[in-house]
Structures are given as structure tokens and as C-alpha cells.
Design a protein. Structure first.
Length: 207
């Protein structure tokens, strides 16, 4: 996991990468002054939200640790801004009306149960994110999503099935694989503003 200063570095880098892309239309190389820890491979998602409404504006990332974290974060920032199929490409004038959030993921862990009905007992809202996989269908929801929507564990499972393009009860199918993971969340409080680590437990308590 990363420190607050490393998380701040990633959030600022994600924004800077988007800003530079408007000029060069290329993903820049990872900065040489990036903390050494950020060159370790890790999964990451970059989320863009409108400010102050907090409406989703883009969210894409790498579920698996297949790239150095700093490189994966830069790729994800560009993809969230310009390649999320749910939204039009970000316009330059929007930069001052969005906040940047970076989720750093632990490697997905396959949840093993003898009966699919046991899955809810293996999931903790505020701690775990989920990946549902069935054949060629795959969907992921970050831990913070379940907190923001106040979902129960069952609701979290059904919504992740929906994200995968499956029916809501497909998590009960014995051929469906369920993975859980954890994440550290760092986000701007306002566009280009202070960056803080979001405590999901504290967020639950406030809600």
C-alpha cells in the first residue's frame, strides 16, 4: 500500500497527464522523480467526477497488477477522460469542474465457498470491492461504490452482476466466480484542491 504523499503524487500526476494530453495527444512517460514504490506493479482505477455535483464523468482502470502503478495510473487517467464509452470525451474547459480520484487495488482474491449463498458472509461493505466473472462476462465495482449507495452485501453482489451484463441472481450460479479486493482511495476535495485519503469506514459512519 502507499503513503499519503505517494497518493497525492498519483492524483496530481493523473490530472497533469490529462492536461498534457490536451496539448500533445500522447501519454507522457512516467516522471523520473516518481517515488520508487510507485514503480511496483499494482491495479488502479482513476475516477473523474463533476464538482460540486459529484456526478460520474469517467472511470477506467486496471483490475490486475500488470503494470507499474505510476504507468497504470497515467494510462487510466487518459482512458477515464477520453475512452470511457459511457461518456463523451472530456473537454478542456471541463478541467476546472472535475475532481480526480485514484483507487489503488490489492490483487483480486477468488472467494471460495461450498455454497454460493455463503458469498454475502465473505464480503464486507466498506472494505471489499467485487469482481463477478461468468464465461466471457466480467464486471467490477470499487469498494467506495457500495459505500456511496449504501448497499447491503447482497445488493453489492447483484449490482456487480449487472455491471458484468448478467442477471442480478447470477452470483448464485455455481459456475460464477466472485473475487474480492481492497483499495486505498485518494481524491481531490475540489478541482486542483487539497488531496486526502478517504477512509471508507468513516464514510459509512457519516452516511
Amino acid at each position: 500500500m502507499v503513503t499519503l504523499s505517494e497518493g497525492e503524487f498519483l492524483v496530481k500526476l493523473a490530472r497533469k497527464t490529462i492536461e498534457e494530453y490536451f496539448v500533445t495527444h500522447k501519454i507522457p512517460k512516467p516522471p523520473k522523480d516518481a517515488p520508487k514504490n510507485l514503480f511496483e506493479e499494482a491495479g488502479v482505477f482513476v475516477t473523474l467526477e463533476t464538482f460540486p455535483e459529484k456526478h460520474l464523468r469517467g472511470c477506467i482502470g486496471y483490475p490486475e497488477p500488470i503494470k507499474p502503478l505510476v504507468e497504470a495510473a497515467m494510462d487510466s487517467a487518459i482512458n477515464a477522460a477520453f475512452q470511457d464509452p459511457r461518456f463523451p470525451a472530456l473537454e478542456k474547459e471541463e478541467l476546472n469542474r472535475i475532481v480526480v480520484e485514484v483507487n489503488i487495488l490489492t490483487p483480486p482474491e477468488l472467494i471460495r465457498v461450498s455454497n454460493p449463498k455463503e458469498y454475502p458472509k465473505q464480503i464486507e461493505v466498506g472494505k471489499h470491492g467485487l469482481i463477478v466473472e461468468h464465461g466471457f462476462y466480467r464486471g467490477l465495482l470499487l469498494p467506495i461504490v457500495a459505500v456511496e449507495y449504501k448497499w447491503s452485501c447482497v445488493e453489492f453482489l447483484t449490482e456487480t452482476c449487472h455491471k458484468a451484463g448478467l442477471t442480478s441472481d447470477m452470483w448464485l450460479d455455481p459456475h460464477t466466480k466472485i473475487y474480492r479486493f481492497e483499495s486505498q482511495v485518494f481524491a481531490e476535495e475540489s478541482p486542483k484542491g487539497k488531496i486526502r485519503e478517504i477512509d471508507l469506514k468513516e464514510l459509512i459512519a457519516r452516511k
